[in-house]
Write a protein that binds this ligand. Structure first.
Ligand code: NCD
Length: 361
């Protein structure tokens, strides 16, 4: 693997993604052959936000490869509660562990972590931005359950605005030929502009619809997501959005026989329990694929080419410019150097990908 860190799946080539899928399948078929593949390695899981699957599947993956795990699942139990900065925590843990998986409520946190940690960093979810290892989980599931990653009609339903799993999945599936997307959400919770730009640049067709029923018949994959209460600015706003989309057996009557239903979980009320018994429901199988995907990722990252260790720096040009996204890590850890890349007449924050027009500077 060329890239030292996994912040976005863009850090992997399509070939590297396919190799990880292949390795995950091999491990699943023959787990005992890999039980020493990471012997002596230490994973640190730094979870600044709640998690069940992601943290436990990272830990299980390392333990099943013969490695060990350190970390915290609640920052209040660490020196963060004494006021230690993000920079200091990451610098220290980067010296203890061989690899770090970090989840944080602020967007761009994993990118920032990689600036301070000597150990490679995996983004286990940064606010409403990205969640690349969930996408690895999703592609391993799709490859096994659909037999291909191209020419699929993929419906994504629910919280497409704050859903980091949705953003990473669209970015990745746009890299495979012939995929098209049906975005099913309320107008308030549609995907951010930078995700639309990704689909347009890749030449992927996408439509935005407001009901599950109208989309159902054409889908090969339906990716359901939860409305994420914790990302809303007010409870009132959340109450307006919750419970709008519910998948049940009645709606499934309109779907193809070989539809596959995925969900990153946790589920709240967007999939009725009756759907669990439908053979098209793959969201629990998906959690198991996720563990193998993370095992394959560890093996790839820890045994790969580590020659590229350069830490990224600001070019200094835009240092005075504050990111306009109030959920961006640079707004909270204010010592972080500002970093933007230029995209036409736009500037894109390299932490959270928020875009702004150049004319504002
Ligand atoms: C997702 C997440 O944390 O973004 N869950 C997960 O990692 N499996 C989705 C969610 O919390 O709704």
């Amino acid at each position: 693997m060329k890239s030292k860190n996994l912040i976005d799946l863009e850090n992997l080539s399509v070939k590297e993604i396919l190799d990880i899928i292949d390795l995950a399948d091999k491990i699943k078929a023959n787990p005992s052959e890999y039980e020493n593949a990471c012997r002596g390695k230490i994973l640190a899981t730094l979870f600044y936000e709640p998690s069940t699957r992601t943290r436990m599947s990272f830990s299980t993956a390392m333990l099943r490869l013969g490695g060990n795990v350190i970390g915290f699942d609640n920052p209040q139990n660490s020196s963060i509660s004494k006021g230690e900065s993000f920079k200091d925590t990451l610098t220290v843990v980067g010296g203890y562990a061989d690899i770090i998986a970090i989840r944080h409520p602020l967007e761009g946190a994993a990118e920032a972590a990689a600036m301070f940690s000597d150990a490679p960093v995996i983004n286990a979810g940064d606010g409403g931005h990205l969640h690349p290892t969930q996408t690895l989980t999703d592609v391993v599931t799709l490859y096994n359950e659909k037999g291909r990653l191209d020419n699929l009609c993929i419906g994504l339903c629910g919280d497409l605005k704050y859903g980091r799993t949705v953003h990473s999945l669209i970015k990745t599936m746009s890299r495979f030929k012939g995929n098209r997307f049906v975005l099913i959400s309320t107008p308030e919770l549609t995907v951010p502009q930078y995700i639309k730009d990704v689909m347009n640049t890749a030449g992927c067709e996408f439509t935005e619809v407001s009901g599950l029923r109208e989309a159902m018949g054409e889908l090969d994959v339906l990716y359901m997501t939860r409305i994420q209460q914790e990302r809303f600015d007010s409870d009132e706003e959340y109450q307006r959005q919750r419970g709008v989309f519910v998948l049940d057996n009645k709606k499934l009557e309109l779907a193809k026989k070989d539809l596959r239903i995925l969900h990153p979980l946790p589920r709240v009320d967007e999939i009725s329990y009756e759907v669990d018994d439908d053979e098209r429901a793959k969201y629990f199988a998906q959690t198991v694929y996720g563990m193998y995907a993370r095992m394959a990722l560890f093996m790839t990252m820890l045994n790969g080419d580590r020659s590229i260790t350069e830490k990224r720096k600001s070019n200094g040009l835009f240092n005075a410019l504050q990111c306009m996204n109030e959920h961006c890590i640079t707004r909270h850890e204010t010592y972080l150097p500002k970093r933007y890349r230029e995209y036409g007449d736009m500037l894109v924050c390299e932490y959270c990908e928020n875009t702004r027009k150049r004319e504002f500077i």
